[in-house]
Design a protein around this ligand. Structure first.
Ligand code: PLP
Length: 389
């Protein structure tokens, strides 16, 4: 099997699993219990949180642990006030955000910000939509279908100017920047101060950590509302017995990333270039999607207009190559990708789109083989259609 879908899931590494295992057995204690072994578990949990937080330039107390990025995104939206005001929307989100953002935001007055053909945010559209009432902007660090990296620092500067303007007008409405960094953590050096974000979503599942574990970074200025009520854990925002094994695994996965991003970026850039070169030889000219300069190095979104991606995926799986059409959740519902629609692809281009995302399971050799297989499958699909006509 050659796995080319690391944006959907990553295998938990052996090291990560080893670190997690004791917390299921001998270190099973509830971190809130009063005896010494439980206190040790509490310390391990807090230490793990600090490791995750430090990796993004924050402190352990700045993080709330969640059951994944979906929950962290929903929690971030509780930053907005509950008072109803007339005028512009309270939240602005990018139209290409993950379903967890687009579905959660529906509970609030919101508007969508446009992207260009490469998936990059349209900054003038953001400026136009910013109103006196806007309290939160949510823009992912990197898109999960295209890998397009958004200029968060530039967005933060625009928001800073708006905040200054409001200050002059005695408008005390807060304005925060949230970013879902689920897809960026494995390859980008993330620092919350440098990015200028107030809220940041992290996801262990995309970095060879366990599924069902995430975190929300919350800056000191932001006040969130309790999201899951109960025993008061996680600052009372998200109660429930802590997932110690999961958080220890998340921290171990974060530690394994340390100092490797530059060399990994180089490796994936080379592999993606080789793959592109191979696909360019196919009978149908591929349309490479996303932004050439500002994209995650391990992403290769590509369309073969005229072909049916669902069939391609099935044929590729028969030959041992696993790829996706877009976000795994959208793909499983058989819906056309809202991301590909937003970047203005034709229905033929959307129907023929594959998302290839490389990662830990890829080598020069297996990517080369996968490229050859994809090209052969595309060629044979082209022949089939030609003979049908
Ligand atoms: N946000 C982005 C950008 C993602 O890629 C994903 C994962 O599919 C999620 C959110 C949801 O993560 P989870 O399923 O771990 O809650």
């Amino acid at each position: 099997m050659i796995y080319l879908d690391h944006a959907a899931a990553t295998p938990v590494s052996k090291k990560v699993l080893e670190k997690m295992t004791p917390y299921f057995s001998e270190l099973f204690f509830n971190p809130s219990s009063p005896y010494l072994p439980a206190k040790t578990v509490r310390e391990d949990f807090e230490h793990a949180k600090s490791v995750i937080a430090n990796s993004i330039g924050a402190k352990g107390n700045d993080l709330v642990i969640t059951s994944g990025a979906t929950e962290a995104n929903a929690l971030a939206f509780t930053a907005v006030s509950s008072e109803s005001r007339s005028g512009g929307a309270k939240i602005l989100v990018l139209e290409t955000e993950h379903a967890s953002v687009l579905e959660s935001v529906k509970r609030y007055p919101f508007e969508l910000i446009k992207v260009d053909r490469t998936g990059l945010i349209d900054l003038s559209n953001l400026k136009n939509k910013l109103s006196e009432n806007t309290e939160l902007i949510s823009v992912s660090l990197a898109n999960n279908e295209l890998g397009t990296i958004q200029p968060l620092a530039e967005i933060a500067t625009i928001l800073k100017e708006e905040k200054l303007r409001r200050l002059k007008n005695h408008n005390t409405t807060p304005l925060f920047l949230h970013s879902d960094a689920s897809q960026g953590l494995s390859l980008l050096d993330i620092n919350v101060a440098r990015l200028g974000v107030d809220l940041l979503t992290l996801n262990a599942a995309k970095i060879s950590g366990p599924k069902g574990v995430g975190a929300l970074y919350i800056s000191h200025e932001v006040r969130l509302k309790p999201f899951v009520n109960g025993g008061g854990q996680e600052r009372g925002l998200r109660a429930g017995t802590e997932n110690v094994a999961g958080v220890v695994g998340f921290a171990a996965a974060v530690e394994a990333l340390k100092n490797h991003s530059a060399s990994k970026r180089k490796k994936y850039m080379r592999l993606v270039e080789n793959l592109k070169h191979e696909l360019e030889g196919a009978s149908i000219e591929p349309v490479f999607l996303g932004n050439k300069k500002s994209r995650l190095a391990n992403f290769l979104p590509v369309s073969f207009p005229g072909l049916d991606a669902e069939r391609l995926i099935y044929k590729l799986e028969e030959r041992g190559v696993l790829v996706s059409t877009g976000a795994a959740c959208a793909a499983s519902k058989g819906e056309a990708s809202h991301v590909l629609k937003a970047i203005g692809l034709s229905s033929e281009e959307i129907a023929g789109s594959l998302r290839i995302s490389l990662g830990v399971l890829n080598t020069e050799e297996n990517v080369e083989e996968a490229g050859r297989i994809i090209r052969e499958v595309v060629d044979s699909e082209f022949e089939r259609i030609k003979n049908d006509h």
